[in-house]
Design a protein around this ligand. Structure first.
Ligand SMILES: [Zn+2]
Length: 375
């Protein structure tokens, strides 16, 4: 990964390049960030920069054999350790280590170097529990770093989320971090350094990765999501300069507008007795995933609540965003008072059925029928 492939962080990139030029690269560095500022790609790019024989004062060359291997994350002297857990895929080994997941890791990081911890657990199929960097992993790290360099250059160990090390693993690595073997660099990339043993932190040079430049992040978001540059900057600010946070809230907002579109089509179809339209809505819902279906139901509950409050003439407590005021007030005039409690019950029933894994077609055809009859 070249520095130029990483969004923003120009000041930090220059600092790292200067450290390298002055021969002051510490053997144990902790990159700290709030998730989504670019700490992991920066650590990888820094290792590549230091290893590239053709680097200049700005970046690694990106084309030499060393850079090629770094870019595919397959350089034999670039090692990774990250939190893992037992998953359905890894059942034979009771104590999983990073190497079991290295192929998924490479693909995931190349695709999204700013992946979140949650993204990672989803990639490896871990649900509802945290991964761990355990003592087996620590033993493996020590073994890997005790070997001679494969290609004659320096060796790099990037430990992603060292806060997931348990005490035993952390204690085992203390000496290594204090005095790494010659030509060995350990880069720790943490989003919660306060959870790491102080004895580890005190042995590292700390590099704080700060939020991304708003304008630059905004431009990136505008390209990624095909939104206007002004909207990109709006989301970049809301996300506090974190690309992963920005992606999360933009996706949420896209989901909200798609729930709104479906729900308004359903209401319109029921009121105008347009059965074809009603059926197309429940068919769309029936084939979307459970989370998406739940979001639709939560959106519908909130919309009905707002319309009800608006119909009572107490708009100020409906907490309706300006962009939705007209549509909410229009439906407040159209909907019969008897609908509110029936509509509410029907949606809560659908939510309960989704949790009980009832067939989606049944849930949403039933919900639509109830709406059709009571609107
Ligand atoms: Zn190179």
């Amino acid at each position: 990964m070249k520095f130029s492939a990483i969004i923003g962080q120009h000041k930090l990139k220059s600092q790292l390049i200067n450290l390298s030029a002055e021969g002051r690269v510490s053997h144990a560095i902790m990159f700290c960030e709030d998730q989504g500022y670019g700490a992991l790609p920066l650590a990888i790019a820094f290792a590549q920069y230091n290893s590239c024989p053709n680097r200049d004062g700005q970046d690694s060359c990106g084309t030499c054999p060393t850079c090629n291997k770094f870019q595919k994350l397959i350089h034999p002297d670039l090692h990774f350790a990250m939190p893992v857990s037992n998953t359905k895929k890894i059942t034979s080994d009771k104590k999983p280590v990073s190497d079991h997941f290295i192929d998924v890791w490479r693909t995931s990081v190349i695709e999204n170097p700013n992946l979140t911890e949650q993204d990672w657990y989803e990639e490896i199929g871990v649900e509802n529990k945290l991964g761990l960097i355990g003592v087996n992993e620590a033993t493996l790290i020590l073994r890997k770093l005790s070997l001679r360099s494969f290609e004659g250059g320096d060796k790099y160990m990037i430990v992603w989320l060292p806060e997931r090390m348990n005490h035993e693993a952390a204690n085992k690595l203390l000496k290594l971090i204090e005095e790494p073997p010659a030509g060995t660099y350990i880069f720790l990339v943490s989003k919660s350094p306060e959870k790491i043993l102080p004895t580890i932190i005190s042995r590292c040079q700390i590099i704080r990765v700060t939020p991304l430049e708003i304008e630059e992040l905004g431009n990136n978001l505008s390209q990624e999501f095909s939104i206007t540059p002004a909207d990109g900057i709006f989301w970049a600010k809301i996300a506090g300069g974190s690309i992963s946070k920005a992606r999360e809230i933009i996706n949420e907002s896209i989901e909200v507008s798609s729930s709104q579109e479906l729900f308004l089509r359903l209401l319109e179809g029921c009121v105008t007795k347009d059965m074809v339209n009603v059926i197309s809505v429940w068919e769309d819902l029936a084939i979307s995933g459970r989370e998406r279906q739940k979001q639709f139901c939560f959106y519908a509950l909130e919309f009905i609540r707002r319309v009800y409050i608006m119909s009572m003439g107490i708009e100020e407590i409906s907490n309706t965003p300006d962009s939705q005021r007209d549509v909410v007030s229009m439906w407040a005039k159209k909907i019969k008072p008897s609908f509110y409690s029936r509509g509410y019950d029907a949606i809560n029933g659908a939510l309960a059925d989704i949790d009980r894994n009832v067939n989606s077609k049944y849930i949403f055809s039933d919900l639509s029928n109830r709406f059709f009859l009571s609107l």
